[in-house]
Design a protein around this ligand. Structure first.
Ligand SMILES: CC(C)(COP(=O)(O)OP(=O)(O)OC[C@H]1O[C@@H](n2cnc3c(N)ncnc32)[C@H](O)[C@@H]1OP(=O)(O)O)[C@@H](O)C(=O)NCCC(=O)NCCS
Length: 402
């Protein structure tokens, strides 16, 4: 058995063959397979490890070098994708070997966090990933947005094909990356696929020369539905301008659906707006994202309230060990190694956590009291108080689908 990193041009004959089998209608007609080569530029910076037995590729794991905001700090993030093994080589530990090796290599190259969309959360739970909330889909009738038609709003709208409006979309997502917890962005070489596929309209809202909102969408026919992707806004004006645009479709479509952050409240967007908001999960095709820390250093310097706790992280190849987490002057200090277990007189309370447990706290999705109930560690009440102060509840919005 040999494990090695692939060169980009090797993908079609190695990892993509396994991915086609696992994720596409298969067997794939040869002409469709040939078309896939055209997608190689969108994978040029991805990193793929494969295991081979001399003749065949037995398993592959790929990652996309991304960026993600965790509580206000943007970190390099490993986006895991293309996890697959040969149908005759499954359940032999190949993916465990590849994923552990690749995450370790990327951690050493400076990526302190990782995120992914699982096919089944329990699989990635074994690798220390914690579940994050699923963005919501809201649908409503444009007729209910009538009040926005009469609103006199500052700013302007631009309506374009995505090939022409792509730069506004990228500028807005770059801005949201710096301001929204959990937001993540694909690298340029991958994100431009939106522009080059040119399968969407984009409407963008502008004020004082800056883009303050944008949404991409398709329409499935007259009297049908306007299917919008994520409704991206930086302020209420951006959202109002986009809702006004939707309202102008009252004679064209019966419904509008759009994706919103998990903590969005669409029922408050207008008076007499009848909304249906849902988050539907099913495996393997519609799943909420997951994320984990690959290095506890990602927490260093986070804005925080006072709190002091020792955390013993167990059962993990990347972050197992003893850490002292101390909120000093509004910032989190992380001490690892000998200084992490101070003398008895000043000893802080101690929590024992799994990688998924500390990751759930870092992303703000579980309360310390939930961790023991879910099998993510042991957290005495005094330690829970400190951890709650250091890691208050937060709602990550992982925007990118990858
Ligand atoms: C899912 C898949 C990638 C697993 O690959 P594999 O090589 O069989 O995985 P491994 O043998 O390395 O198993 C790793 C661990 O996951 C567990 N596992 C395997 N399949 C699982 C499943 N469907 N659900 C939960 N756990 C699973 C194994 O028991 C093993 O646990 P352990 O190491 O803690 O004992 C493979 O079955 C596959 O290619 N499926 C189709 C494509 C797919 O769904 N890919 C995932 C996309 S996100």
């Amino acid at each position: 058995m040999k494990i090695r990193r692939l060169a980009n041009e090797e993908r079609p004959t190695t990892s993509w063959r396994l991915q086609e089998y696992a994720f596409e209608r298969s067997p794939m007609p040869p002409e469709e397979g040939a078309k896939l080569r055209g997608y190689l530029p969108y994978h040029e910076g991805n990193i793929t490890l494969v295991v081979e037995d001399g003749k065949e590729t037995l398993a592959a794991v790929s990652v996309i070098p991304m960026r993600q905001n965790v509580r206000g700090t943007v970190h390099p993030m490993v986006g895991v994708s293309g996890v697959v093994s040969h149908p005759l080589a499954r359940r032999q530990g190949h993916v465990r070997t590849l994923l552990t090796q690749l995450l370790g290599e990327l951690r050493d190259e400076g990526y302190p966090i990782s995120a992914l969309y699982p096919f089944r959360p329990s699989f990635y739970g074994r690798f220390g990933f914690a579940a994050l909330p699923q963005p919501r889909t809201v649908s409503f009738s444009p007729a209910d947005l009538g009040e926005w038609l009469r609103a006199d709003l500052p700013g302007e709208l631009r309506w374009q094909r995505i090939r022409d409006g792509y730069d506004a979309h990228r500028a807005l997502t770059e801005r949201l990356l710096t301001s929204r917890h959990g937001f993540s962005l694909l690298p340029d070489y991958r994100d431009v696929q939106r522009r080059e596929d040119d399968k969407r309209w984009i409407v963008s809202a502008w004020h004082d020369g800056e883009v303050v909102g944008a949404v991409t969408y398709t329409i499935d026919g007259h009297g049908g539905t306007l299917h919008a992707d994520d409704l991206l806004t930086v302020n209420p004006l951006g959202r109002a301008l986009l809702l006004q645009f939707f309202a102008r479709h009252v004679d064209q479509v019966a419904r509008i659906s759009t994706v919103v952050a998990p903590d969005e409240t669409p029922e408050l967007w207008a008076t007499d707006l009848a909304t249906h908001t849902e988050s539907r999960l099913s495996f393997p095709s519609s799943v909420a994202p997951m994320a984990r820390l690959l290095s506890v250093d990602a927490l260093r310097g986070l804005p925080t309230a006072p709190g002091r706790v020792r955390v013993d992280i167990v059962d993990d190849p990347f972050i197992a060990g003893t850490y002292l987490l101390d909120g000093v002057d509004g910032r989190l200090e992380v001490t690892h190694g000998p200084g992490a277990a101070p003398a008895t007189a000043t000893a802080p309370p101690v929590a024992t956590l799994t990688a998924a447990g500390i990751s759930a706290l870092a992303y703000g999705v579980l309360d310390p009291d939930e961790l023991p109930l879910r099998g993510f560690g042991t957290v005495p009440p005094e330690a829970a108080t400190e951890l709650r102060s250091l890691f208050p509840h937060a709602v990550p919005y992982l925007f990118t689908d990858f």
